[in-house]
Design a protein around this ligand. Structure first.
Ligand SMILES: [Zn+2]
Length: 373
């Protein structure tokens, strides 16, 4: 069933699978921001007005500094703590986000917005027990929230599988696994992850700014947790999840798999809306895959969304096409341009605009030239 040359390729999880994981990290602050009623004339009101203006302008930097100022001036205020906490969680800075959200909850127990953000931060920091309790508290207040019900189901499934997991950490990774199954793999995998960190970082010039969570599974647990198609060999959905049953630490496929998923973690950190062809093409490029002898071309615009629903043959073609386009992009325009495009994606209204802004030729011209190459 799995295309043999692609068993270790994977798609990124589609955002719709878990709306919470899809929170953009560096994009404009949450539109639902509510710092309370800005009563004119008060210091709180003046700051709240400023914060709302920064939200509307998409000015993340000033937004954060104004939120910090608000919280410093009103440390007992639930909304100030909650919004600062949510903003940190949005940026992926979960530990500091947790601190402010817990403060907010102490002032205003049962506030659904606080509980929702808290549950996500607990989930991301692998505190699944607290994540589960917090989602239940949320559902006690808002019982019909579909996405939070799905989230609870997901957390409970992972919690069952991970109850026996231990944690090992390196400089840039937190690794979680069942030590009775994978005792021999923990350290070697952390070493491979750190190697990928150095290699990809040196070439691409982008690094994740937070430790990346990595989970090891048996094949069966992996399918149960990720519900991914048979042909996937690993997944990145905010955390790197690897099925590693019976894998030798020296198996080159393991290095390729780890490098591949790590590239997704890097891309996710800077460009959460990166098109799939660019994301997958880069992951395969850094794995060191060579281009196929057959020539594959298609309109790249049709490969911007998830590959998850493709059958194995279509998936194989989509991955080869992605690798071909990215290899051409790097060869003709350099890795520097790729980095600039990635760094611009979150600020631009569309990928086309990010591409056109950073490249000496437009997206359409690029596709045409690649077709003729
Ligand atoms: Zn992939």
């Amino acid at each position: 069933m799995s295309p043999p040359s692609l068993v270790d390729a994977d798609p990124p999880a589609p955002p719709q699978r878990n709306g919470l994981e899809a929170l953009p990290r560096e994009s404009p602050p949450p539109p639902s921001l509510s710092v309370g009623d800005p009563s004119p004339g008060s210091e709180y009101g003046a700051l709240a007005v400023k914060i709302k203006a920064y939200v509307e302008a998409g000015d993340t930097v000033r937004f954060m500094s104004a939120l910090k100022e608000l919280r410093d001036r009103f440390p007992e205020n639930a909304a100030a703590n909650r919004e600062l906490g949510r903003a940190y969680v949005q940026k992926g800075e979960n530990t500091i986000g947790l601190y402010y959200l817990e403060q907010a909850l102490a002032v205003e127990p049962g506030d659904p917005a606080t509980l929702q953000a808290l549950s996500l931060a607990y989930y991301r920091t692998e505190d699944l027990e607290r994540a589960r309790q917090t989602i239940r508290q949320f559902l006690a207040v808002v019982p019909d929230d579909r996405s939070m019900k799905d989230f609870l189901e997901r957390v409970e499934r992972e919690h069952r599988i991970q109850s026996s997991f231990i944690t090992e950490r390196s400089d840039h990774f937190d690794l979680f696994y069942d030590s009775s199954e994978f005792r021999q793999l923990g350290r070697p995998i952390l070493r491979l992850l750190e190697e990928a960190y150095r290699k990809v970082g040196a070439d691409l010039g982008v690094y994740p700014d937070q430790p990346v969570s990595v989970l090891l599974y048996s094949n069966r647990s992996f399918r149960e947790v990720t519900a991914s198609p048979d042909w996937t060999g690993g997944i990145f959905d905010g955390k790197i999840r690897l099925p590693v049953r019976d894998m030798d630490p020296d198996d080159p496929r393991l290095t390729a798999l780890i490098t591949h998923e790590f590239v997704h973690a890097v891309v996710h950190g800077v460009a959460v809306r990166c098109p799939t062809w660019l994301n997958e093409g880069l992951a395969m490029y850094f794995e060191g895959r060579s281009l196929p002898s057959i020539r594959v071309r298609a309109d790249l615009r049709q490969f911007e969304g998830s590959f998850m629903s493709l059958n194995p043959d279509q998936a194989r073609a989509a991955y080869l096409l992605s690798l071909s386009a990215v290899s051409y992009l790097i060869r003709e325009f350099g890795m520097y341009r790729v980095r600039e495009i990635l760094l611009h994606i979150n600020q631009a209204p569309s990928f086309q605009e990010a591409f056109d802004h950073e490249m000496p030729l437009g997206y359409d011209d690029f596709i045409r030239r690649w077709h003729n190459a």
